[in-house]
Design a protein around this ligand. Structure first.
Ligand code: PYC
Length: 421
């Protein structure tokens, strides 16, 4: 820590000075004893929970906030995703919401004083049949109406963007066109988690790792306390920012969520010289791929076809993935996979999240992210913080309330999925 208790500022001058003096860098965030009460308890130290805590402190001056996690910072979906950022959704509500996230991501490194390595790449969603091409046109029109840069392009333009791609008509599933979304890109997911954790900590938020929520207590129709494996915390506000365990936490206060959890696997190759400039997605071939700044290719495919909390990789996944990837980019057949892993996706009936207040006073949810959670982290945190601070649902999340499953006003985003389902 610097002498005022805040984390050291990352700057060229500080790097130079510490290099000369040998002064070591302080921890990125601190550990604290669990206090007996907080104004807000956030469950889940992934990007959603940390961003909520950060914006509570930064935008609303609320910093008596605890972020609890039964594991470690970014150990769930926030560290297991494939780090794609985009706003080329199918509904106007989705486009506006994810566009705000893209904008926050673009300036996040400066805001957090932490290099999150946001890289605008351009995002291609390939169409291999007439039905997909129609959906791409639909998305392009919705995007343009919301002022978002997206258009349908043909095989020659695709080839110019990704020369390694097989755009020939002799491919098994020839590419007919693509939705091209120039603002899409990637970001370093761990850095996003660490950056939010560091910036929240600097503003007085307490991050408690290895702190499992065992129960949530209520009195009348309001939350009053959270029981953990390290003791109880009195609090008037609890925010459920978990994935995988969203329903387990909500069950503690009797709130039922329409969520089914599926594993989603991913894999990464050894690093090679940079060649893949765009993020490439093919829903029909069940594959998406991007290249990191370090040169690894990061791949994902479909969600596993069964409900499970398993986070293990499978051979079926890598075999299928390799087959599909090589249909798109045959020249990478000699590259070796380094690692594979899985995360948990909480699927909702309409593929949109569940956000905001519930029937239990002081119990809010930011859950049901399916395969879209990481890209929404900044805007979700900003909106949840506003909801807590103002006790009102912000306009940008007003379509995502739990009550839509009673009113029937669903926000269907399945057509915008990169991931096969
Ligand atoms: O929606 O772009 C996406 C995505 C990629 C991997 C998981 N979700």
């Amino acid at each position: 820590m610097s002498t005022n208790g805040l984390p050291a500022k990352f700057s060229a001058w500080n790097l130079f000075r510490r290099g000369l003096t040998g002064e070591s860098w302080p921890p990125v965030w601190r550990s604290h004893d669990l206090e007996g009460s907080y104004d807000v308890v956030v469950i889940g130290a992934g990007v959603h929970g940390l961003a909520t805590a950060y914006y509570l402190a930064k935008n609303h001056g609320i910093n008596r906030v605890a972020v609890l996690d039964k594991g470690y910072v970014g150990g769930g979906g926030s560290g297991r995703n494939t780090a794609i950022v985009r706003s080329n959704y199918l509904t106007a509500e989705g486009v506006q919401f994810y566009d705000r996230s893209v904008k926050l991501y673009q300036s996040l490194a400066v805001d957090l004083n932490f290099n999150v390595m946001f890289s605008r790449r351009g995002h291609l969603t390939l169409a291999h049949n007439d039905g997909s091409l129609r959906t791409m046109r639909w998305r392009a029109e919705v995007n343009k109406l919301q002022g978002i840069d997206s258009e349908v392009i043909g095989p020659d333009e695709i080839k110019a963007l990704v020369p390694e791609m097989d755009t020939s008509t002799s491919a098994r599933y020839p590419i007919l066109g693509a939705l091209y979304h120039p603002p899409g890109g990637i970001v370093r997911h761990d850095a996003v988690n660490w950056g939010y954790a560091r910036a929240a900590d600097a503003r007085g938020v307490h991050i408690h790792q290895n702190t499992e929520v065992i129960d949530i207590e209520t009195s009348g129709d309001r939350v009053t306390a959270v029981k953990t494996n390290r003791g109880s915390i009195a609090t008037p506000v609890v925010v459920n920012c978990t994935a995988g365990w969203a329903t387990t936490i909500a069950d503690m206060v009797g709130v039922r969520l329409p969520i089914i959890t599926h594993p989603l696997q991913a894999a990464v190759t050894e690093p090679v010289k940079f060649f893949l400039h765009a993020v490439v997605v093919s829903g029909s071939l069940h594959v998406y791929v991007s290249q990191t700044e370090r040169g690894e290719l990061v791949f994902g495919a479909s969600v596993d076809p069964y409900a499970s909390y398993s986070m293990r990789g499978s051979l079926e996944f890598t075999e299928e993935l390799a087959g599909h990837v090589l249909e798109l980019i045959p020249s990478i057949s000699k590259m070796r996979l380094l690692r594979q892993w899985a995360g948990l996706c909480d699927m909702t009936p309409d593929y949109s999240p569940i956000m905001g207040f519930t029937a239990v006073g002081g119990f809010l949810v930011d859950v049901g992210w399916g395969t879209y959670g990481f890209k929404a982290g900044p805007v979700a945190g900003e909106a949840m913080a506003e909801a807590i601070a103002t006790n009102k649902t912000p306009e940008i999340i007003s379509s995502f309330g739990l009550d839509r499953f009673q009113s029937g006003q669903l926000v269907g985003e399945k057509g915008a999925a990169s991931v096969g389902h």
